[in-house]
Write a protein that binds this ligand. Structure first.
Ligand code: CS2
Length: 492
């Protein structure tokens, strides 16, 4: 770092006038929420809504936790947990310093401190962004995976858990024992039906410990599902340097995002909640239609763009979108294959699609295809396969969706079109690579081998010719012609 001063309580007043800063005194607020998974997404999304909220209600500050690494805590602690959100668009960069996160725990270093925070009567919500794989479930069924190594470790030592289900259930058990009302759990990850899914995973975990605890988790704990949306690429060193120059202060880990933000929350908080509606969140009785729309339209397109785009040699989403064939492919996939599966009364899906296309084009966001390609085995079911199942049930074609699936298969073989290795990040990466090596480059054999991965495809799809044939055709084209030419063919 250079000799510039660090962002902190002390230096808040030195910021340029153009930088928005907390409208409240971050030293005076009270914690009401524990958040598991203080990554870039949480800091650019929920923490920003709460930063707005603290201006009129100081009892909802966030105590954050990292479930694996200490790097976020180490970066933010010397700056009083303040950090910058940089909103990038064609119009430039708008900066804002956020103060809603008031502490960060590192679970593996001190699980007791985190559990104590979660058991504090002042905490009424525990929210999560731990990514799809953080829930330790089987992505095809949505059930807890009792064989998951973190789950096994927590079951062996349930009072000192480190997994998300383990921490939630242990904290709820402690509250119950101490006669403190349970917190409401609020998952903010891109899981299908994230409320019911997380509730089920917690109850299944609890059932492996004690039936009575499982009944309590099932009946006396509320889980509020949410739909969250904001594109937040990983911060680069160039971003950090540019932001420091604009602030006149060092910020070790700012976040970069787009202007758009959306948060839809199921209104199910029996023990109290902030007035989320006052700061722009939408409170609804049933969040599932919103989640389905967002997962299938935005994230389904994103994953397709990630695999096809990466294979075609595009480093970022906006570069892939600048290829007219790719843009057309994504647009027609949404219009013809995804939108007919959605039942969104009162929402103009065409306008939603057009807005997504515009967001994907944002040239100021360097959102790497490789970043979105991560953890595909955990993402595919809710992003593409649910849509595909609905289309198959309706006897409707799925060619473009099948191309998305085939592009994932081609990607996880671990070798790109030039024969260079791809750094595949996925909990199943090793297995997926081995499958690719064993099956070779015959499209039929390769598709068949990948379709046998039950954690992703379940048991129903691999024997359905209406699914297997288009996937195999698309994979054959990817292997023979490459991603760019295949996208052009499928865009027609
Ligand atoms: C992306 C999402 O990385 C990914 O898988 O598809 O993080 C996406 O940017 C967000 O869901 C947007 O709300």
């Amino acid at each position: 770092m250079s000799s510039k001063q660090r962002l902190s309580f002390e230096t808040l007043n030195d910021l340029p006038e153009t930088v928005q800063r907390p409208s409240y005194d971050p030293r005076e607020v009270k914690a009401g929420i524990v958040h598991l998974g203080v990554g870039a997404f949480h800091r650019a999304h929920q923490a920003v809504y709460l930063d707005d909220l603290l201006g009129h209600d100081p009892q909802w500050a966030i105590v954050g936790a990292s479930l694996r690494r200490a790097d976020m805590r180490d970066a933010l602690a010397p700056q009083d947990d303040l950090y910058t959100v940089a909103v990038r668009s064609g119009e430039g960069m708008a900066l804002r310093v956020v103060g809603s996160i008031r502490a960060i725990h590192v679970a593996p270093q001190d699980p007791e401190a985190l559990l104590a925070a979660m058991s504090d009567p002042g905490i009424r919500i525990v929210s999560l962004t731990v990514t799809e794989k953080g829930y330790c479930h089987d992505p095809a069924t949505g059930d807890l995976n009792p064989e998951h190594p973190d789950v096994k470790a927590d079951l062996a030592d349930p009072r000192a858990p480190t997994s998300a289900p383990g921490l939630l259930v242990e904290a709820l058990r402690r509250r119950r024992e101490a006669d403190i009302v349970p917190f409401t759990v609020m998952p903010c990850d891109n899981l299908p039906a994230n409320g019911p899914t997380v509730h089920r995973i917690m109850a299944q975990y609890a059932a492996l410990l004690d039936d009575d605890l499982a009944r309590f988790v099932e009946h006396d704990v509320a889980v509020a599902g949410t739909m969250v949306d904001r594109i937040v690429p990983a911060t680069t060193d160039a971003d950090t340097a540019e932001i420091a120059a604009a602030l006149g202060l060092e910020d070790a880990w700012p976040v970069v995002t787009e202007p758009f933000t959306q948060w839809v929350i199921e209104d199910r908080f029996p023990t109290g909640r902030p007035d989320f509606g006052a700061v722009g969140a939408e409170m609804v009785a049933d969040v599932e239609p919103y989640e389905r729309m967002k997962l299938r339209m935005l994230n389904g397109s994103h994953s397709t763009l990630a695999y096809l785009g990466y294979l075609a040699g595009y480093e970022t989403v906006s570069q892939a979108m600048a290829d007219k064939a790719v843009e057309r492919l994504v647009r027609t996939m949404m219009s013809e294959e995804v939108m007919p599966t959605l039942d969104m009364l009162g929402t103009d899906l065409g306008a939603y699609r057009d807005a997504l296309i515009e967001r994907f084009h944002n040239p100021a966001l360097k959102h790497r295809t490789w970043q979105i390609a991560m953890d595909g085995s955990q993402k595919l079911p809710q992003r593409l396969l649910g849509t595909i199942r609905d289309r198959l049930a309706a006897g409707a074609p799925i060619d473009r969706l099948a191309l998305g699936v085939a592009a994932w298969m081609r990607y996880v073989t671990g070798t790109d079109e030039k024969g260079e290795p791809i750094e595949v990040k996925d909990p199943l990466a090793g297995r997926l690579k081995a499958i690719g090596e064993e099956a070779g480059r015959d499209p039929q054999a390769l598709a068949k081998a990948y379709l046998g991965v039950g954690d992703v495809f379940g048991r129903d799809l691999k024997d359905d010719p209406a699914f297997v044939e288009p996937v195999t055709r698309a994979l054959a084209s990817l292997l023979q012609k490459g991603a760019a030419a295949t996208a052009a063919d499928f865009a027609r």
